[in-house]
Design a protein around this ligand. Sequence first.
Ligand code: URA
Length: 206
Amino acid sequence: METIEFEHPVARDILTNIRNRNTRPDEFRKLAYRLGLLLAVEATRNRGTSPVSVETPMEKTLGEKCNNHPVIIPVLRAGLGLLPPFQEMLPDSPVAFIAMRRDEKTGKAEWLYDSIQNLRGRDVLILDPMLATGGTAAGVIDYLIEKGVEEITLVCIVAAPEGIHRLQEYENLTIITVSVDRELDDNWFILPGLGDFGDRLYQGNK
Ligand code: URA
């Protein structure tokens, strides 16, 4: 397992604004979109390409086309906040949905729903903006490995050291995050974090 803390001044600027408790949901969604675009670039940095020829208005030249399109898997609900920018950057990627729910008393992930078809030999991008205990992510990753996926990239905005530690046993996993934060609190929320990502996206606590 490899963890990449995405180092970019624009990403740090957006992260500061998205952390701010006074950022309202419409602005929060826009900031999540912008961070998603940056993360989509980073998450696809090592994808292979094949040479193709292209005719410019001036002459024929050699270009490149991306091989194999990774399957995008947003983990409901929060992962939906990163789906639009990933679809924007990867228009030919299929999308499959996974829903798990974290029991707020135990911190454990419960299985709810998936729309996953054939993943054998595919590379996947899991979108889960807040990596806290790693319980949900581990549940999703185990399920995807059972389905025969090849390479897994877990895309987060903020990750807790506890969650990264929990996932270190997975060999074919790369975690990409804008920030590795300090720790989890007693309710498994990330500190300093940004609160409940899903609630802030969808006004779930109103
Ligand atoms: N999920 C969130 O939305 N926020 C946290 O801090 C932890 C899990």
